[in-house]
Design a binder for this molecule. Structure first.
Ligand code: PHB
Length: 392
């Protein structure tokens, strides 16, 4: 038996070889896209949303692109970074994928970044949202969002809407730290005060002690970032501890009221104001068609922002392959870096310099529409670039 270390060495050598040959796909009639997602474990909702959206894109757009047949190879990393890296290596070396895609959490995207670089394989981040991810490899292009991008809107809105004293509460890892930093900076610049900065663990958080602290501190509002999937548990505890009755407003990025779970939260979610790049209630023809088709194919699901990241990521790969005539490597990467289109979320483009997505950010409030809870957009900040890059 080879040791794990020996296996990794062998894979590394194979990766370099794969990269040196460039696009091993060029000779084949089929191009494979390697989709790595948390399909099991605490972040499985992200995997399910993205898989459903990727399959919808393919059902709507066919499997012949740039003169090749496209095949989707789905792998479950269960949200574990070591697994993500191993799967990414196998997909590049053995399956010779033309692109890697998915990446449900920041540590998973960061674990795969060196594989993209060594294997000279474009990597599309459809979910993870720490600002610095695109700097981890020149082969990364992102169709999700960044936390600084989603945060600055609510920071400014709060300061302009009689919220002066806030406690921030974030998941204690990359995206949470970005959210905290950009909330404090923007809110303070606009005259607000952040009286405490609380953090909860990324996995299995216990919200009771931090919510007790918020109660004791009696702020006007609590600003929250939690990764998609944790919103229901948080809302339940927020209500159980009587914070809504105590008059503490809940504001945040849209992750805490994501469309996947919003309708199950119940009336405690009514009135929650967040800023984000996607709502299933976004009022456009393109979005209505997307939501209808998604729900027709997946009757018990409502698409959330993860689904849109997956759908647009597939579009990027398809349009890139059309431009590169089915070639991978640099040709595919370059074609993906200059795209501009109307997404279900609104107008978007890829920032060629940073490879991040430029998009409108909306201020939304949870309201009942036709008996169901939705994030209803009421203000738009146009064409927001990632403020995390400008801040350096
Ligand atoms: C991340 O880990 O980057 C992440 C995960 C879930 C979110 C946002 C960011 O909702």
């Amino acid at each position: 038996m080879m040791s794990r270390r020996q296996q990794l060495h062998l894979l590394s050598a194979a990766l370099l070889a794969a990269g040196a040959i460039g696009s091993a796909q060029a000779q084949s009639d089929t191009v494979k896209i390697g989709l790595i997602l948390p399909m099991t474990g605490p972040f499985a909702s992200t995997g399910k949303q993205i898989e459903a959206a990727a399959r919808l894109w393919m059902a709507q757009n066919g499997t012949a692109v740039g003169g090749k047949k496209v095949e989707l190879v789905l792998k479950d990393d269960a949200g574990i970074a070591d697994t993500t890296r191993r799967l990414a290596q196998e997909l590049v070396v053995n399956d010779k994928v033309v692109a890697l895609a998915g990446f449900g959490l920041t540590p998973l995207a960061l674990a795969a970044a060196p594989v993209a670089t060594q294997g000279k394989t474009p990597l599309v981040v459809m979910a993870a949202a720490t600002s610095s991810i695109t700097e981890a490899s020149p082969w990364i292009v992102r169709t999700s969002f960044t936390l600084p991008q989603a945060t600055v809107g609510i920071a400014e809105w709060a300061a302009k809407n009689k919220i002066t004293k806030v406690v921030s509460l974030v998941a204690d890892y990359g995206p949470g730290i970005d959210a905290e930093k950009f909330f404090v900076q923007r809110f303070t610049e606009h005259g607000g005060t952040v009286v405490d900065k609380l953090r909860t663990p990324m996995r299995s958080p216990d919200f009771a002690p931090v919510l007790q602290k918020v109660r004791d501190e009696k702020p006007d509002a609590v600003f929250v970032f939690l990764p998609s999937g944790q919103g229901t548990a948080f809302m339940k505890q927020f209500a159980e501890r009587g914070l809504d009755k105590a008059g503490v407003k809940l504001i945040g990025t849209g992750d805490v009221v994501d469309d996947d779970i919003l309708n199950e939260m119940g009336d405690v979610a009514l009135g929650v104001v967040t800023s984000h790049h996607y709502s299933a209630a976004h009022n456009s023809t393109v979005n209505k068609a997307f939501v209808d088709a998604f729900q027709a194919a997946n009757p018990r699901m409502r698409p959330n922002f993860m689904a849109v990241g997956g759908y647009d990521g597939m579009r990027l790969i398809y349009r890139g392959l059309e431009a590169s005539k089915g070639a991978g490597g640099e040709a595919l990467l370059e074609a993906m870096k200059t795209q501009r289109f109307e997404s279900p979320r609104g107008p978007v483009s890829i920032d060629t310099a940073t490879r991040d997505i430029v998009q409108d950010i909306y201020i939304r409030k949870v309201e009942k529409v036709g008996g169901a809870l939705y994030n209803v957009e009421f203000e738009t900040i146009k064409a927001v670039k990632d403020p995390g890059k400008a801040a350096k």
